[in-house]
Design a protein around this ligand. Structure first.
Ligand code: 6PG
Length: 248
């Protein structure tokens, strides 16, 4: 996708390694929750995949007003809730089951289509989130980034990238041989803050293209910055190897 959007200079925090990234990200997330605890609830979109696991382990040991938090999943694989691929199961096991925070899981059900589950979940999110005349206003959105530059379950060339009239949708991701459910750009662009977590050399090329593209291609991760939400990229040095020296 080419677009005429004038992207801001990216806000990047580079940490020495994966452990420092996990600890630093946990500190920023905890600080955001504490600063917004009067929002009762503070809505927090949890990132899926493997990168955030270390961050969630740090958060589980911190003193955070979880009773003020309503967590949800920015994206989910459409699998049973106890499936090893489930983001909700991972977040629940590492964090939500231990903290007692309200946690909205994707309503998977035998025989229910991914589209139907996405529509039900979208309604649950609309009921839980603050809103203004333009629609829901998520508070904090945590996302990861794939080595192909996808984020959430917004993959390159996917139809979901261009959706403007939905907040949460289902998309068949052939490359992953699976149905995915994902927040859309309209929803995450309305957040108060987006944190993107990227760790390891395997993300370095996609991170550089997302933050400092040389061609016309706009990766899905870069488009996180095409809205009003402030985006902070929390990365480790290995993922940052192709970034300009002045950013690292
Ligand atoms: C998912 C995630 C996805 C993830 C990236 C990075 O459901 O897999 O939402 O967007 O953040 O694929 O995954 P890793 O952290 O495992 O590299």
């Amino acid at each position: 996708m080419e677009d005429s959007y004038s992207y801001p200079a990216p806000d990047v925090a580079v940490f020495a390694d994966g452990a420092a990234l996990a600890s630093g990200a946990a500190g920023l997330i905890a600080g955001f929750i504490r600063d917004h605890a009067n929002n009762d609830p503070v809505t927090v979109a949890m990132a899926g995949g493997s990168t955030p696991v270390a961050t969630y382990r740090c958060l589980a040991e911190m003193d955070i007003p979880w009773e003020k938090v309503c967590a949800w999943v920015g994206d989910e694989r459409y699998v049973p809730p106890d499936h090893p691929d489930s983001n909700g199961a991972m977040v629940g096991r590492l964090l939500m089951d231990r903290t007692g925070a309200r946690f909205l899981r994707v309503p998977w059900k035998e025989g229910r289509s991914a589209e139907r589950a996405a529509a039900i979940y979208e309604e649950e999110l609309l009921s839980a989130m603050a809103a203004d005349a333009g629609g829901p206003r998520p508070d904090l959105v945590l996302v990861g980034m794939g080595g192909d530059g996808h984020t959430l379950s917004l993959f390159p060339e996917a139809p979901a990238l261009e959706i403007t009239d939905r907040w949460y949708v289902a998309d068949r991701v052939e490359a992953q041989h699976s149905w995915r459910l994902t927040a859309t750009y309209p929803l995450v662009h309305r957040a108060k803050q987006i944190f993107v977590l990227a760790s390891g050399v395997g993300k370095a090329a996609a991170l550089a293209e997302s933050l400092n593209p040389v061609g016309d291609r706009i990766l899905p991760a870069r488009r996180l910055m095409a809205g009003e939400a402030p985006v902070t990229w929390l990365v480790d040095r290995a993922a940052a190897i192709f970034l300009p020296d002045e950013w690292t």
